[in-house]
Design a protein. Structure first.
Length: 117
């Protein structure tokens, strides 16, 4: 997207649900053999915003999430502190090699908690 250009990203739905907890795969005793589960955030309400598949580049996704974060902070819905899990993103990604029309297989990347990722 060019500098100064605007784009409309649709929202499919917004709904509330309970957080289910957190799987821990690294940093615990025996985490090379076992997955640990942190249930401390179970039952914590969360809002899920499902966007339409209108983004085509990582830059568009970054800009969309940055602006969504600003709106959520401005209206007081959340502090959006990503290190504390107050804002996470599940990204559905399909890769299409240049020059090809067909998208590749969709993969879901869950619980991204950093804009860098």
């Amino acid at each position: 997207m060019a500098e100064g250009e605007t784009r409309r990203i649709g929202i499919t739905r917004v709904h509330m649900e309970d957080d289910a907890g957190k799987s821990i795969h690294d940093g615990m005793r025996d985490s090379d053999e076992y997955t640990y589960v942190d249930l401390n955030r179970c039952g914590t309400p969360l809002i899920e915003i499902v966007s339409d598949p209108d983004m085509h580049t990582p830059e568009e996704a970054f800009q969309y999430l940055t602006e969504m974060k600003q709106v959520l902070q401005y209206v007081g819905v959340s502090t959006c502190d990503m290190e504390k899990g107050h804002l996470r993103c599940d990204a559905n990604v399909s890769v299409r090699p240049r020059g090809q029309e067909k998208l590749g297989t969709k993969a879901e990347v869950k619980n991204l908690n950093s804009f860098r990722f």
